[in-house]
Design a protein around this ligand. Structure first.
Ligand code: BES
Ligand code: ZN
Length: 644
């Protein structure tokens, strides 16, 4: 079936000839499972060859913009944030250069924006807002003025903007002031700024943000911790960044330094706990610089968001946005910070050119995350996190269709938000670990350092990465690496045979304990869990059989008080069993969990599991109805299918 959205996109392409979406119908992947090794190799070659022919590498299928003709270079924002109407309004001055000297139209992306007028030196400029596509929004074609190199778009956002969440005071920690945050990745910057919303377009930006006087605004740009709270805030991002990294937060925020270059913004009641939990951020920064080259972004601060933040974290440059659900009190979940920090190299300095190449961002970042965690917290922790990541990957591989298991994924006609999985993360990281093992850790680190320097402030495709690899490591280590194998990793489903397999000694005793308990050889109470890490708990729970009896559930809960766990990851792992085995004593906790957390990775698997039975669905529906007003638009979109 051709999706309605595709047809709409094609229709609007007919109006705007520069649209790249028209390429979307030309290729289909073979779905056959790979057989023998050589057969797999043959297929890998065929895939890499065929994809270059029909799917144009580097074409962004998720933007209407025409950067090949006219490229956006700089944005000057002046926006007023109105919490009563849930509208941001003002101007975006777009500065461009003509790549094609004959070009006469600048095409930018929008979604649910109202364009009031467009001017150049005060004179009106002609424009046409195209038809809206469900996934892509609407193209805005601006006729370029005869002279000058910028236009001023006067516009306002919709209260339903997909990239903005407006929170009432009730939805914040302090309960007194409203809060706003944006989340632009993958294609949502266009819902609050008219711009060329493609990761291959890089812009610098300045912004003036006007808010109620009692609130502080922060952005993915220079933030002055000393700025007076006067309702008018100024920002500069002097390095060219892709649009998905433009971000704004507004709330009753305070700042606390954690180190020389690191600090945290949070609501006052969260500030101390956050600064304590993330106090190792400075060490992580220093460790990463030492291995992978200087940090290019001046300060590195964190913004702690309310619990409705739909992700764990978002690597907005100079200011990562972080879910409060990882403040566990024992630093057990701080790999998230290592991850967002690592994006300062892999992602923000070297960026994926299109969403097909997301694995270049997330795979490299996941690899670096493990390395940073090992340096700062030691090999035991590294081993445990690596095994858990590997198990997440295995779970996805058994659940996903093969076409979604390739690193360079075909996203034509699909919304990148709908294809979120562990593949770009954990498979990407495993691929890099294999190269590390083949050529040696120091050699691979040297390669990564050069890679980040070589492509600094550029957006690259998988194919450009492969060409670079061919010129560097493949030439240096011809006996240790080969392109067939690498193509298999990138263009084939699953994990190639012989890939590295993470192992942890700390998990062996957990397996032993779990088995002894399952076999009835040992009572839950008698398992010595005193010294277990959070990761051992997660491993213990994640590897329980799907089906547990009511009595077994009750015994576990009585021995370990799992229903009351304050660790959101442990609670999640336990609640999955609660749903699968319909363990009634924990249902109120489940309801409470679903209505108080909006992080999609934590709630979605629960909704999915609940939707499988009528009574589960009823619970899900009730929780969803109650929580919906407080969920982020992305979390609503990702879960509404499970409750209807
Ligand atoms: N950049 C991602 C979040 C993202 C990816 C948003 C794709 C939209 C589209 C961020 O760095 C991330 O990966 N977050 C993870 C962190 C985890 C893997 C440590 C998350 O939110 O769970
Ligand atoms: Zn990431």
């Amino acid at each position: 079936m051709i999706r309605k959205t595709t047809l709409l996109a094609l229709a609007s392409c007919a109006v705007l000839s520069a649209c790249s979406y028209q390429h979307s119908q030309s290729q289909s992947y073979s779905d056959t499972a790979s057989g023998s090794h050589s057969e797999a190799h043959a297929k890998a070659e065929q895939h890499s060859a065929s994809h270059t022919h029909s799917m144009q590498a580097g074409l962004d299928y998720h933007s209407y913009a025409n950067p090949e003709q006219v490229a956006l270079k700089h944005i000057d924002l002046d926006l007023n944030v109105n919490f009563d109407t849930k509208i941001m309004s003002g101007t975006a001055e777009l500065t461009y250069t003509k790549v094609d000297p004959n070009a006469d139209t600048l095409i930018v992306d929008t979604r649910d924006l109202t364009i009031e007028k467009i001017t150049s030196y005060g004179e009106p400029v002609e424009f046409k807002l195209g038809e809206a596509d469900e996934n892509l929004g609407a193209p805005l074609a601006i006729t370029l003025p005869k002279s000058g190199s910028s236009v001023v778009v006067h516009y306002h956002t919709s209260p339903e903007a997909s990239g903005v969440q407006w929170l009432t005071p009730q939805q914040t920690a302090g309960k007194k002031h409203p809060f706003l945050f944006t989340q632009a990745q993958a294609t949502h910057a266009r819902s609050f700024i008219p711009l060329q919303d493609s990761p291959k377009v890089r812009v610098t930006y300045n912004a003036t943000i006007r808010t109620p006087k009692s609130l502080l605004a922060v952005m993915s740009a220079s933030n002055d911790p000393e700025t007076p709270r006067d309702g008018e805030y100024h920002f500069k991002m002097p390095q060219p960044i892709p649009s998905y990294l433009i971000a704004l937060g507004v709330g009753d925020l305070e700042f606390k330094p954690m180190g020389k270059r690191t600090g945290v913004y949070a609501e006052p009641s969260m500030l101390e706990a956050a600064a304590k939990e993330f106090e190792d951020t400075e060490s992580m920064l220093i460790a990463t610089e030492k291995r992978y080259g200087p940090y290019s972004w001046d300060r590195y601060d964190l913004l702690i968001l309310p619990p409705s933040f739909p992700f764990g974290g978002m690597e907005n440059p100079r200011l990562s946005f972080i879910t409060p659900t990882v403040i566990a009190g024992d630093k057990s979940l701080v790999s998230l910070i290592a991850h967002e920090l690592a994006h300062s190299w892999s992602g923000n300095t070297v960026t994926n050119a299109t969403w097909r190449d997301l694995w270049l961002n997330e795979g490299f970042t996941t690899y670096l995350t493990y390395r940073i965690m090992e340096i700062v917290y030691g090999t035991e922790r590294f081993d445990q996190e690596a095994v858990l990541g590997y198990q997440d990957l295995q779970a996805d591989i058994s659940a996903l269709p093969e076409k979604d298991e390739v690193l360079a994924i075909d996203l034509r006609g699909r919304d990148p938000d709908d294809v979120f999985s562990n593949i770009p993360y954990e498979k990407g990281a495993l691929f890099l670990r294999e190269i590390e093992h083949a050529i040696g850790r120091d050699n691979f680190d040297a390669f990564l350092k050069n890679y980040f320097a070589h492509f600094a402030f550029q957006s690259i495709t998988t194919d450009e990465f492969l060409a670079y690899l061919q010129e560097t490591l493949l030439k240096q280590y011809p006996n240790k690496l080969n392109m067939q194998r690498i193509n298999q990793w990138i263009f084939e489903a699953g994990v190639p045979e012989g890939a590295p397999q993470p192992e942890s000694n700390a998990f062996e005793m957990v397996d032993t304990a779990r088995n002894a308990w399952l076999n009835g050889e040992k009572a839950a109470m008698d398992i010595d869990t005193q010294k277990w890490t959070v990761h051992q708990w997660l491993y213990f729970l994640n590897n329980m059989p799907e089906t547990l009896s009511a009595e077994q559930m009750q015994k576990l809960d009585a021995a370990f008080n799992l229903t009351q766990s304050h660790n959101n990851e442990i609670a999640h792992a336990w609640l999955m069993h609660v749903v699968k085995n319909w363990y009634e004593p924990a249902l109120p906790r489940l309801h409470n969990y679903l209505v108080s957390i909006g992080r999609n990775k934590l709630v979605r698997p629960l909704y999915r599991e609940l939707s499988k039975t009528p009574k589960g669905k009823a619970l899900a529906k009730k929780a969803f109805e109650q929580a919906k007003a407080g969920y982020h638009p992305l979390t609503v979109k990702a879960n509404e299918g499970y409750v209807n």
